[in-house]
Unconditional design. Sequence first.
Length: 91
Amino acid sequence: HLPPRMGQSVLRDKESIVLRTRHNLDGITCPINTYIRKEKPEKKERYLSEGWFVFKKANRLREGDKLQFQLSDPPNVMVVDIVRSRGSKIN
């Protein structure tokens, strides 16, 4: 999951975003969806959908890996860097 603050500010007005990376699947487009939690007060969450799961699988993201996001110019592009956790080896 992305931090809620990032979803509210970075993804706020967008329908999709392009992920740029030096890792696998550079340039994949991720649709952005909205989920409204039914609790009180109602909470609206924005998140990356299909393309993100393909990106995650292609890059073999593991628990403990850290992702660094940087919004690019134009702002419909987000640069993602993966910092592997100790013991997370990719062959």
